[in-house]
Design a protein around this ligand. Structure first.
Ligand code: AQP
Length: 348
């Protein structure tokens, strides 16, 4: 069996309204993984344009996600932070994967169905092909682990299917070119931790999302203390006090979500939160939650503001990361071209 060096890859779309779900479900995990792995973190701007983005806002949001990464504790020198469009190999490999993946596989993707909704005929081709680009983002670095939120599980499974089919279809050529019995790893999704699915503050059955039309549905990373307190105060709840154990959260989606957010912010478990707050009315619990959220998020917001005041510095971080990413990705794409049978001649 071919062995692959352990490497982490993950990405966040610069589509604005970066929220607590992105932070707790993804970015805090990215920070943790730096201790044990070589990590590549990408601002996936090419994914963002699968739905319309205003150009000036896209550029601002790209810098904002980068600032959030750094403010949350990602080290762009020890690891790699860059924006996707600066490394052309992502798009090159995505094309090859478009020819490996099957229509039926993509037709099953629930995120496309949700995002295209009833306007399917009017959705961009890019939105449909999004998962093959995502597979390419990961596999162009032959990443072995991808920390993501629960919503990305199906796309990660598709990336594994694409890797397996490529390894199978080109098996002889892979061996002939000296790459052993597999060219791509079957990447492991890392969907763990207390916050893999943070729900909307307005509806405990819908995930917290950047594109929710209600600003009160999410706490964003740039919200100030007053905005955080107001959104927590307005969060939907039920009339019962908090239960004293986790079983009591069953069938109470909003209560479960707020307790989960508290637990994730406090880096503890729901049972511990309920040990301290069981029996409390929501009015009291929300005050405690708002205080905790402000204490945890305000320093990040402040550091983001400081970083965003110097966009040239952020751009230089992205350029440096892109250069290092490019050298890894170019090796992969050159080898893939050999495996596929694309001629790579040198000029005489
Ligand atoms: N509610 C969530 N709870 C936990 N994790 C979440 N993630 C997103 N929402 C939640 C995780 O954040 C990472 C980056 O997500 P993304 O920006 O690339 O794409 P997304 O999943 O499409 O994010 P949104 O906020 O839900 O945007 P829209 O509204 O455009 O769909 C991923 O690891 C994701 O799992």
């Amino acid at each position: 069996m071919t062995r692959f060096a352990s490497r982490v890859f993950s990405g966040v779309q610069p589509t604005g309204n970066l929220h607590l779900g992105n932070y707790l479900g993804a970015i805090t995990r990215f920070v943790e993984m730096q201790k044990t792995h070589n990590c590549i973190y990408c601002v996936v701007d090419m994914h963002a344009i699968t739905v319309w983005q205003d150009p000036a806002e896209l550029a601002h949001n790209t810098r904002e996600v980068t600032a959030a990464f750094i403010a949350a504790g990602i080290d762009p020198q020890a690891h790699i932070v860059f924006n996707q469009s600066q490394v052309a190999a992502h798009a090159e490999l995505a094309w090859i994967f478009n020819c490996v993946a099957r229509m039926g596989w993509l037709n099953r993707m629930t995120q496309f169905k949700e995002k295209a909704g009833k306007y399917r005929e009017n959705a961009s081709v890019g939105l449909f092909a999004y998962p093959t680009l995502m597979a390419s983002d990961i596999l162009v670095y032959r990443a072995t682990h991808v920390p993501v939120g629960e919503d990305q599980k199906q796309h990660l499974e598709l990336a594994r299917d694409i890797a397996a089919k490529f390894n199978h279809d080109y098996g002889k050529s892979i061996a002939d070119h000296g790459f052993g019995d597999a060219f791509f790893p079957l990447t492991e999704p890392l969907i763990t931790g207390p916050a893999t699915r943070i729900m909307s503050l307005r509806d405990g059955t819908k995930k917290m999302s950047k594109s929710d039309p209600s600003d009160y549905s999410r706490i964003t990373l740039t919200d100030d203390a007053d905005a955080i307190a107001l959104k927590v105060r307005k969060a939907r709840t039920d009339p019962e006090p908090l239960p004293s154990d986790v079983d009591g959260l069953k069938g109470r989606a909003e209560a479960d979500n707020l307790v989960g957010i508290y637990a994730a912010l406090a880096e503890t478990g729901k049972a511990d939160v309920l040990r301290d707050h069981g029996g409390s009315q929501f009015s009291a619990f929300k005050l405690a939650l708002a205080e905790l959220a402000v204490a945890r998020m305000a320093p990040i917001a402040e550091e983001m503001r400081r970083l965003l005041a110097d966009p040239a510095h952020i751009d230089s971080v992205l350029a440096d990361g892109a250069e290092r990413a490019r050298s890894i990705a170019q090796d992969t794409i050159d080898s893939v071209k050999d495996v596929v049978g694309f001629v790579r001649g040198r000029s005489a």
